[in-house]
Design a protein around this ligand. Structure first.
Ligand SMILES: NC(=O)c1ccc[n+]([C@@H]2O[C@H](COP(=O)([O-])OP(=O)(O)OC[C@H]3O[C@@H](n4cnc5c(N)ncnc54)[C@H](O)[C@@H]3O)[C@@H](O)[C@H]2O)c1
Length: 350
């Protein structure tokens, strides 16, 4: 088992390993005492994993409720958020109680935002069950729901107080969703860690999962400690994401986040390559790693047609957009371009 500590506006521990779910009751007692727990899950995760968690909590003297919402990105919405808040009010939760997000990134983002909003803030624990949530969304405190205009447009920064990352949950994760998580893993390798990239580039990852997840979380932890509120360095974690969010939005969320990140990373590497903005080996290496991990390298939309959707992204500021470009595998830089220059860069795609 690995233990990492995040030093942000809240200081909290992340436990990574097989069986760390068994720590839940003990850690909740130590952090909050015998509070009331609302376990939030989607409709796929609930039948697989909720009962075990609820029984363990009840056996340890916690009073529990379970809020279940329909699985999928469409649920990361103001409607589901307010339905969860109404549930908490109806069940008479208070500020000293705790929300536990047991699920993927959708569950984590939604629950995190609800924890910040309900009575102006209640306790939050993240228990990620998808690879993507383990390596990315459960750590760092970005919470949000989507608006009609785009992804993650209504949210707050709200760090959890504990993250329990039990790798055993991955045994029930469908292969396609596992591949989605690998897109974010490849991202960390490209932007910050060539050794991690080498470890995952052939797609043979099962035997090194604890090492891989820990390496990703360590990078995220360090970036968050340096730039919690995303005013500089943290933007590097958005490598591939401007185009990914545009692809997700234009597809009506039929393309999943991880799949879109894979396409977005390849596309931005292709743009960098075509314009002499990265080293010549990066594009083929990223493409090969994406394919080896069961992800598509091809956006269903031509890049010039993604311009409108891409400028609705949060990375836009006035008439400029900040791009994350790889120098080489393991190193990246930020480049702010005008919207006109961005349009021209998209047009260089073939
Ligand atoms: N907050 C952040 O910093 C951050 C970072 C990256 C991504 N995100 C967000 O995360 C979301 C994507 O996360 P995701 O890919 O986990 O999506 P998700 O939560 O929809 O999970 C993907 C699918 O896997 C299922 N699932 C999850 N765990 C399972 C398990 N153990 N067994 C069986 N099925 C399981 C879910 O039910 C769902 O069908 C997006 O909304 C994205 O914007 C947030």
């Amino acid at each position: 088992m690995e233990q990492l500590t995040v030093n942000a506006s809240r200081v909290y521990d992340i436990f990574i390993g097989h069986g760390v779910r068994d720590l839940l009751s003990e850690k909740l007692s130590a952090l909050f005492g015998k509070v009331k727990v609302c376990l939030v899950c989607d409709s796929n995760v609930a039948p697989l994993h909720a009962k075990e968690a609820l029984s363990a909590l009840e056996a340890n003297g916690f009073s529990v409720e379970n809020y279940i919402f329909p699985a999928g990105e469409q649920s990361k919405s103001p409607d589901t958020l307010f339905s969860l808040l109404e549930f908490l009010a109806e069940k008479q939760f208070s500020r000293k109680d705790v929300l536990v997000a047991l699920g993927g990134g959708v569950t984590g983002d939604l629950t995190g935002l609800a924890s910040a909003l309900f009575m102006r803030g209640m306790h939050l624990v993240q228990m990620p069950t998808s690879l993507l949530a383990m390596v990315d969304s459960s750590v760092g405190g970005k919470t949000a729901v989507n608006l009609k205009a785009g992804k993650n447009l209504a949210g707050v920064f709200c760090q959890p107080e504990l993250v329990l990352c039990d790798l055993d949950y991955l045994s029930t994760l469908p292969q396609k969703d596992f591949a989605d998580g690998m897109a974010e893993v490849i991202k960390y390798g490209v932007i910050a860690d060539s050794a991690l990239f080498d470890l995952v580039k052939d797609g043979d990852v099962q035997k090194n999962l604890e090492e891989i997840v820990t390496a990703c979380v360590r990078i995220k932890r360090d970036v968050v400690a340096q730039d919690e509120f995303d005013t500089g360095e943290r933007a590097k974690l958005n490598f591939g994401h401007t185009l990914a969010h545009a692809i997700e939005k234009k597809s009506g969320f039929a393309v999943s986040h991880g799949a879109a990140v894979a396409m977005g990373m390849v596309a931005v590497c292709a743009i960098a390559d075509a314009n002499g903005l990265s080293d010549a080996l990066t594009l083929p290496a990223v493409k090969a790693a994406v394919e080896a991990n069961g992800l598509s390298v091809t956006s269903p939309f031509s890049l010039p047609t993604l311009y409108e959707a891409s400028i609705g992204d949060k990375k836009r500021s006035g008439n400029t957009l900040t791009l994350v470009l790889p120098n080489e595998i393991g190193r990246c830089y930020l480049k702010t371009v005008s919207l006109d220059a961005w349009k021209e860069l998209l047009a260089t795609w073939t």
